[in-house]
Design a binder for this molecule. Structure first.
Ligand code: PLP
Length: 235
């Protein structure tokens, strides 16, 4: 237990240094970058350890696990849902999420709007863009992103706060630098459209193996699991 806690503490210290360096390279500081601890499959004790080390934003990707942890952990932390969300499960998390990173269809936007309106809540959403065009991934094709966001912005209880992407997995993160560059370009293009009722504040990209490159290319939210908690255990 204590050993594990020490490893988490050490991992977080290393990550913070790397984030700081990458931020500097793109003319920013560590305060400009939000580190999300991806806690899917991670036990509650380890989550608490990460919170104690200052990572108070967690990212979950399964509805059942999310609600269980939300109900169990009584801590002042931010809850981000980062996985694909099925429309019929919106009702379980609508009153709990601080951020949804994975808005990927108008059908989902419609359901979120309906349920958010009922409880009089504004939901922060990021639009997931499938910038590399991978068939296995969810997300809006880049060329449809502007139209999609215009449609979503008509929903009064949804606030588009930026974009999210998952880059293809590679051993060498330099290979996905162009993916991050094109995301940044799409982000700027959308910002310049001056669409009402949106606030292009966040570009969520970069995971354990590529977060430094993502930050260098403009990410200001990174989602890090393995590099903090170690390899995930699937049962
Ligand atoms: C699991 C997951 C991550 C974190 O991946 P690591 O490689 O463990 O850092 C980030 N984003 C999403 C959407 C994920 O599902």
């Amino acid at each position: 237990m204590n050993d594990n806690n020490d490893i988490i503490k050490q991992n977080i210290e290393e990550i913070k240094l790397k984030v700081e360096n990458a931020a500097k390279k793109s003319g920013r500081s560590i305060e400009d970058i939000k580190i999300i601890a991806v806690t899917k499959t991670v036990d509650i004790d380890s989550m608490i350890k990460a919170f104690d080390e200052g990572l108070t934003t967690c990212g979950e990707s399964k509805v059942q696990e999310f609600t269980h942890k939300y109900d169990t952990i009584k801590r002042d932390c931010e809850w981000h849902f980062i996985g694909h969300l099925q429309t019929n499960k919106v009702k379980y998390i609508i009153d709990k999420i601080d951020f949804l990173h994975s808005l990927d269809s108008l059908e989902l936007a419609k359901e979120l709007q309906k349920k958010a309106e009922k409880i009089n809540r504004i939901i922060n959403v990021l639009v997931q863009v499938n910038v590399a065009g991978e068939e296995s991934k969810f997300g809006i094709p880049p060329e449809q992103a502007v139209d999609f966001i215009k449609q979503v912005s008509l929903n009064k209880n949804l606030k588009v706060k930026g974009l999210m992407t998952i880059a293809p997995y590679t051993e060498n993160p330099e290979e996905v630098r162009p993916v991050f560059k094109s995301m940044r370009k799409i982000f700027i293009d959308i910002t310049q459209e001056n669409i009402d009722n949106i606030d292009m504040a966040f570009l969520s990209m970069g995971m354990s193996n590529d977060f430094e490159v993502a930050i260098e290319e403009g990410a200001n939210m990174v989602r890090i699991g393995t590099a903090i908690f170690g390899e995930r255990q699937y049962t």
